[in-house]
Design a protein around this ligand. Sequence first.
Ligand code: GLN
Length: 443
Amino acid sequence: MPLQQTPRLLSIWTSRLPNTAKSNTNGSLSGLSMAVKDVFWTTELPTTAASKMLRDFHPEEDAECVSLARAAGACLIGKTNCDEFGMGSSNRFSHFGPVLHPLSSDRLAGGSSGGSAAAVALNQSSFALSTDTGGSTRLPASYCGVVGLKPSYGLISRYGLIPYAESLDCVGIMAKSVHTVNRVFDVLSQYDEKDPTSESTELRKSAREAAQSVRQSTDTWRIGLPEELFTSKPSDALSEVLDTLIRKGATDGKRVELYQVSLPTTTLALNAYYVIASAEASSSLARYDGMRYGYRSESGSIHDTREEGFGEEVKRRITLGNLVLSADSLDNYYLNAQRARTEIVNDFNGLFRMPNARTATDAVPDGIDVLIHPTAVSGPPLVDSHDAADYAQDLLTTPASLAGLPALNVPIGVDSQGFPQGVSVVGQWGCEQCVFGVAKELE
Ligand code: GLN
């Protein structure tokens, strides 16, 4: 098996293997090449989560999303580099080295799914699988100028995904066009009994039907611009795209209306996210003790195994997670973060004119169909910028993650320095078709 490491470390492992027994030349993804973030199990290629801890891990099965894509005809061409266990916003925290931005070696591709974004941006693959816990698909997609979807939580199976924070982890999809992301989503969005958080067929159907019935009964698209998720006034590129849309209307003949809306509790999202994600990470990473699999220190001690096997950022998250879960801090940090999460879910539910099938919350009759806001607070991070700035990059992406909502980055132009900029289209739970519908108008 020809395994090579690529110089810019977009990919950790590449393969020329044909899609052998699983290939399907008539499938809906046939003819498409697929790069897969190295946190998904793959049978022919190792799965390391970009960690020394798992550098020799060879799964015996494909992750469910990988096997569905292959069964539909997609051809796996390689595994992409990422932040270790998906922890990061810049892709500077990989055991294999950082992923550089496709346009500049002074910048990073963004994280944690930077290798997937760069592979799509450089036309190395037709689409890529990524993950999104708090922004890891949308952020690198925005920096690299590609389309990136974080689907509704529970729609795409996480079976065979190495977990980071299980109540937030989603399988992401990246491609050059909304159309391709939509095609891949249609294949992957299926109930899977192997994933206990996979939502039932009935719930998916009821969300889809509610969205369809709202769409059929109206002649408008109502788009909300949440003031808290605009850290500066809308960029010229975004204003231009929205002006054109209002003037021309949507391609389905419906009028487009813009509303300024407010999501006051989303200002709590970044802090709540880091508390919850670190708490869940410290518990899910407890399994790596070197006893049955993974890296094992020469000394054989569990302490040395974890000290040597995990990178600095992962150890920071474990320490933070242990702290917020300790008896003295539980109420102050973890329970407060969970309360904030509930308020954020309620805030979103108070805006949409589709009901939330997952939380069984009624629709707001004069509400909006989707929200639009910038995906990133600034351009791609500098290679030598300070680590602390990385956390703030998730300011605009963590609200939809905590609420479990579908959110999709669409590139809309370049910033003053020539780097891509993107906007996020966010919809009600299970209403991906509304998100795709509006995103296609922005491309
Ligand atoms: N940057 C965030 C973090 O480090 C989000 C990562 C992700 O979505 N996997 O936790």
